[in-house]
Design a protein around this ligand. Sequence first.
Ligand code: GLU
Length: 482
Amino acid sequence: MSVRVRYAPSPTGEPHVGNIRSALFNWLYARSVGGTFIVRIEDTDQARLVPGAEDAILDALEWLGLDWDEGPRKGGPFGPYVQSERQALGIYGEHADRLVAEGKAYLCYCTPARLDAMRKAQQAAGRSPGYDRRCLDPAEAERAQAENPVPVVRFKMPVEGTIVVHDLVRGDVSFEASLLDDFVLLKSDGFPTYHLANVVDDHLMEITHVMRAEEWLPSAPRHLELYKALGYEMPHLVHLPMILGPDRSKLSKRHGATSALHYRDDGYLPDAMFNFLALLGWSLDDSTDVISREELVARFSIERILASPAVFNAEKLDWFNGVYIRQLGVEELADAMLPWLEAGLGATIDRDYLLRIIPLERERLRKLSDAPEMLSFFFEEQPAVDPEKLVGKGMDREATRGALEGALTVAEGAEPWTANALEPAYRALAEKLGLKTGGLFGAMRVAVTGRTAAPPLFDTMAVLGRERCLARLRHALGALGG
Ligand code: GLU
């Protein structure tokens, strides 16, 4: 039987990186075994829906190259793939009705106020909270109905014993039945709960493996009983480890951005993010971290999914991004950087000029969004120059003036205008002026770039070109004052 896996997000907020990690593992597994990857939108909790969230989630998948075989924007033979649309077809109601008819579920008329009071009393008495099964008694149910005519449907769970679910990563996991109450299948608005819709759809969509975050593990014993009651076979379960922040508390906004789209919009490369997320709960071995998408597909296995929590380390992500940036060819990197530069600098960028700049800056670049700031001095007409910074260590204003005047003269006559020719010419100048090269080159660097830290000076001057350098040296002399 061929593998069918699904990513089943609820459109209740941003595409959280932890949630997208679930999508990625499902995708990887499907692609690694030639299976089918399905996206299903679980939007039955109408109160929690956030407008735009579904599109944001799908956009995040597309950005990361997690293409799906069936689902929204795509269709497929098991549609519709949005639960509210399936609800309108009566799919969940039919299932609930069948369970009620078979005595495996029952109508509950208890009011929210009663349930609330019950919960408080249980808490006060130190008992675990759960429905007290009042409406299981027909006489009681009738009495409750008089007060509240619109029922929910509850599933009849076993009251005692142990429920054992098997997880492919964690092995057998046991749950005390007495701690699991008769949960709601169908709400009073006629919408199914997550449990009912999820189980029914996984069955109808012929899902073979459920891979989802560990936080859903407590739902598994409920689902197991529900599968049994419906006479359906339960898919294999794979719960993915929790994702923590560096302080080892659950990853949240406190740790920084959690939306996958934030990373897209902040200039991360999808391949870097892909590699980084793949290692949140899976490993190839104990040491390899840079793994291409193709290799991940080839090597992914459920056996190497970890049970222990993964730590989301934003510095590591930056490191990955640097690695992937350096793996790009100059042309590819130019294409990736151009929109960022044009937006950030508000100017049209000469691509050929950029192609010559990239080799100088590629090593230092961590993310595309840093490019405008990092490269601005190449494009500005005249970068701002702070006269204080022109005067380097062991120099005074006079010496700096002499240095810059000498630099200007050399620049006027240097032939050819290449880094290889410029360097000896300027070393000779330092000697002639009796200056340390550090002092001369430092002043020149500030003059031509406006910065104290920049790529190697003569390569930078070569790329900037003679005219720009002359203009900037003259400007620096002006800034230095008489
Ligand atoms: N809709 C659930 C979520 O938002 C899906 C959980 C599952 O995969 O079963 O994560």
